[in-house]
Design a protein around this ligand. Structure first.
Ligand SMILES: [Zn+2]
Length: 303
């Protein structure tokens, strides 16, 4: 059959204007956290870790972006082994603290390769994974995608050179794995006034459709991803900058991270939204993530 030249031309135009076919929110397990952890607290962190009794649900999610250059993950979920294998965390203090901070309700099927398979995606087809930050519930799938380039900010990568990254849940032994193809990147200056508030940008595909931005505070090198495509509302994946997009509007910082840096990043995000009306802010642990992404892309992704 001979392809209709008009149709092919149409396809090429679509590819230029619409480099992204879809964005899916992937469910990578369920957990609970202290209310003070999610919504902040005047009490010190050690108080709620040991005496807090008010647990709230915490969905573990990551994002799959079908870009014309290949499949991109924004974070890789959690390795369920952390809840099933008592040797997963090397340090005794970590094993002692983990159940006091998170109640994990994980199943084998929550690992990223299983999650991708249920979506009909071969883990071997993931070309790039953008790692928002190095916490264990965001890097848990890197061993299942050894072929993928793992993009992380230089600032976040530098945490691994500090004396005890595991004290803030950056578990070196599950990050510096032989199969992982890490690529620490630095942000480049830009003269695009849209990004005036930020210390540089990183244009992932070189077409402006996926722009990485520094949004520190949850960790030193945490990043966000701005997704833009004709016909869609712009989407900012903010990872753990906040646990719910609405908290960012109310300037309510979580009970973890550096409050001052978090507020400074909140202000940068609001500045971006003033310049990009309709910007949809999507946090990784927000129950509203799927609905927000669906609405922004006008697709029904409820499955
Ligand atoms: Zn985190």
């Amino acid at each position: 059959m001979v392809a209709d030249p008009h149709e092919r031309h149409q396809d090429e135009c679509d590819s230029v204007d619409h480099p992204i076919a879809s964005i899916q929110v992937l469910q990578c397990g369920q957990a609970e956290q202290h209310r003070e952890h999610r919504y902040g607290s005047k009490r010190p962190q050690l108080w709620w870790v040991f005496f807090g009794r008010d647990w709230v649900p915490l969905p573990l999610q990551c994002f799959l972006i079908d870009h014309r250059d290949g499949l991109v993950l924004f974070d890789t979920g959690i390795d369920p082994a952390i809840g099933l294998d008592s040797r997963y965390i090397k340090q005794a203090i970590g094993r002692f603290l983990l159940p006091r901070i998170f109640k994990l309700k994980l199943k084998e099927n929550d690992r990223i390769d299983h999650v991708l398979n249920t979506k009909g995606v071969n883990p071997g087809d993931i070309r790039t994974a953008v790692i928002s930050h190095l916490h264990f519930d965001h890097v848990g799938g890197i061993e299942q995608i050894p072929q993928a380039e793992l993009i992380v900010s230089e600032q976040e990568w530098a945490i691994l050179s500090e004396p005890h990254p595991e004290r803030d849940w950056t578990l070196r032994e599950h990050i510096e794995v032989p199969s992982a193809n890490w690529r620490p990147m630095s942000f480049a200056p830009t003269d695009d006034p849209l990004f005036d508030a930020f210390d540089g940008v990183f244009d992932l595909a070189g077409d402006g459709s996926m722009i990485l931005l520094p949004t520190p505070g949850h960790t030193k090198g945490s990043i966000s991803m701005l997704i833009r495509q004709k016909g869609w509302a712009p989407i900012l994946l903010v990872a753990d900058l906040t646990y719910e997009g609405t908290l960012l509007d109310q300037d309510i910082v979580a009970g973890t991270g550096d409050p001052e840096t978090l507020r400074a990043s909140f202000a940068k995000v609001r500045n971006l939204r003033e310049r990009l009306p309709g910007l949809v802010i999507v946090a990784s642990h927000d129950f509203a993530a799927n609905e927000l992404v669906s609405r922004a892309t006008h697709h029904s992704m409820l499955v």
